[in-house]
Design a protein around this ligand. Structure first.
Ligand SMILES: [Zn+2]
Length: 114
């Protein structure tokens, strides 16, 4: 990977981190405890609970991805960044642009069943 590609990835990761942080913040706001509201009947309350569960799942997924992206960002200047952990070939740059936290190339990922 050349310097220019690295810079490009850096920008992509920064933008993703920003977007995920915003999303996490939004979900956190949405996750405020459900107030006991007398105007809600039990069906409304059930639906609110379902929304909460979906939000909790989204929150967990976003947090895991955020941590991976942060790790990738810190790792960007290391020589092993962008190198497949399995076959030690360079990971396709287009793939890194989509999933900057990739640790494996596509063929190894398929082989490992990841
Ligand atoms: Zn590989």
């Amino acid at each position: 990977m050349n310097q220019q590609e690295k810079q490009e990835l850096k920008k992509i990761i920064e933008a993703e981190i920003k977007a995920l942080s915003d999303e996490i913040e939004n979900i956190q706001t949405a996750l405020k405890p459900i107030k006991k509201d007398c105007s809600l009947d039990s069906i409304d309350h059930k639906m609110l609970k379902q929304d909460q569960n979906i939000n909790i799942q989204r929150y967990e997924v976003a947090k895991v991805r955020l941590n991976r992206l942060k790790a990738a960002y810190l790792n960007l200047d290391n020589s092993d960044y962008g190198v497949c952990k399995e076959c030690e070939e360079d990971i396709n740059f287009e793939r890194l642009k989509l999933i900057p936290e990739s640790k494996y190339c596509v063929s190894c990922m398929n082989e490992l069943g990841l």
